[in-house]
Design a protein around this ligand. Structure first.
Ligand code: 4NP
Length: 149
């Protein structure tokens, strides 16, 4: 079983989408996917309505997800930790205690050839930001899933 964790700041906009999209591309008997936020603002909250809605539009149900904060034991519980942006990357690597733990952390888009470094935070924007993030994550997860399979 390969365990993949998607990480953003709030765990209500980007990482729940990345979680749902990646899960839809990988067989559940070989892959476990989860998501978390570096901040504690939205612990226990469902994803942002705009993320739920754009995912639903493309056939993915993320409504049952609940926000949680990244914790040190995630380094033991996951094989690959993908962060959405460089700030999330720095905040997760800062919690690592060993090189092995730090080495599990990757910037999601840097594992693709999309030529974009970060998944932009759509929280303060409008619906089109969520649509753009969805497509960016869908392309990234397609490439990464193909390599993992
Ligand atoms: P996310 O977006 O990191 O993609 O979940 C955000 C959600 C909430 C906040 C910031 C970013 N916030 O400040 O509450």
């Amino acid at each position: 079983m390969t365990r993949i964790l998607m990480v953003c700041l709030g765990n209500i906009c980007r990482s729940p989408l990345a979680h749902g999209i990646m899960e839809s591309k990988l067989p559940s008997d070989r892959f476990y996917v989860d998501s978390a936020g570096t901040a504690n603002y939205h612990i226990g909250s469902p994803p942002d309505k705009r993320s739920v809605s754009v995912a639903k539009k493309y056939g993915i149900d993320i409504s049952m997800q609940r926000g949680r904060q990244f914790k040190h034991s995630d380094f033991e519980d996951f094989d690959i930790i993908f962060t959405m942006d460089s700030s999330n990357y720095v905040n997760v690597v800062r919690i690592a205690r060993t090189q092995t733990e730090a080495g599990k952390v990757k910037m999601l888009l840097e594992e693709t050839d999309l030529g974009v470094a970060e998944v932009p935070d759509p929280y303060y924007g409008n619906d089109s930001g969520f649509e753009d993030v969805y497509h960016l994550l869908d392309k990234a997860c397609t490439q990464i899933a193909k390599r993992l399979l």
